[in-house]
Design a protein around this ligand. Structure first.
Ligand code: PGA
Length: 261
């Protein structure tokens, strides 16, 4: 764990013009450059990367997704090498919108994580349960969160050596807490922390306690300037993955100021 908190801005498929993308980026980058305790990674839609890669200084650029092959007959896909060529350092893999809206499977996630390592990108692996249902049909308590998160994590890291696992970033994003899920719910910092500790336990079994302690584990899901403080003050939560609030430039700068203060 580092004393800097990591903030990943996942713009998703927003904004719809390059002009707006540039405006948001310029505004946020200017304000964020003063914040010494924040590591900021912008993940814009791929088409804006050439525009923004010229402007990146103390910050990083990430991709929201990528294909697992370096080149070839894969219409519509973008390869890890193409991202690298534009200065991209990180790639979000297995975001719930890709899993549930685009049919991405655990095997595909695993192939992408392997490709990220092969081509020198840091994978930000997103895991999280779809529904916070802790009761089966007979009313018996079942902890679905643990099973789903553990299974997704193990599948994503299958056959990856511990020498590589030590440089992953894991984002716990309960799908029901994502702002566009319609539930209006946010996870509590305490719950997010307990899942972060669970993630570290799984990593410890696959690698070592040292690695499990060192890898960044983030929380994502309706994070804004008002609730971010509760998450980042937890020692076991190394930062946040922010969707909706990251394309509202004023709100996002406020959020960054809370994290960086
Ligand atoms: P949200 O999105 O911050 O809008 O909830 C987070 C995400 O989906 O990565």
């Amino acid at each position: 764990m580092s004393d800097k908190k990591l903030v990943i801005a996942n713009w998703k498929m927003n904004p719809v013009t390059a002009k707006e993308a540039e405006e948001i980026f310029d505004f946020v980058a200017r304000k964020a450059s003063r914040l010494k305790k924040v590591n900021l990674i912008f993940c814009p839609p791929s088409i804006y990367l050439p525009l923004l890669s010229d402007k990146i200084r103390n910050m990083n650029l990430g991709a929201q997704n990528m294909y697992w092959e370096a080149k070839g007959a894969y219409t519509g896909e973008v390869s890890p090498l193409m991202f690298k060529d534009f200065g991209v350092s990180h790639v979000i893999i297995g975001h719930s919108e890709r899993r549930y809206k685009m049919g991405e499977t655990d095997e595909m996630v695993n192939k992408k994580v392997k490709a990220a390592f092969k081509y020198g990108l840091v994978p930000v692996i997103a895991v999280g349960e779809r529904e916070r249902t802790n009761f089966d049909s007979s009313g018996k308590y079942i902890n679905v969160v643990d099973d789903i998160v553990v299974n997704q994590l193990k599948a994503a890291l299958k056959d990856i050596p511990s020498s590589k696992i030590k440089s992953v970033v894991i984002a716990y994003e309960p799908v029901w807490a994502i702002s566009t899920s319609g539930t209006g719910l946010v996870d509590t910092p305490e719950d997010a922390l307990s899942v972060s500790l669970l993630i570290r336990k799984v990593i410890a079994k696959m690698t070592s306690i040292k690695v499990a302690h060192a890898i960044p584990v983030l929380y994502g899901g309706s994070v804004d300037s008002k609730n971010v403080g509760g998450f980042v003050k937890q020692e076991g939560i190394d930062g946040v993955l922010v969707g909706g609030a990251s394309i509202n430039k004023g709100e996002f700068v406020k959020l960054l100021e809370v994290v960086g203060s």
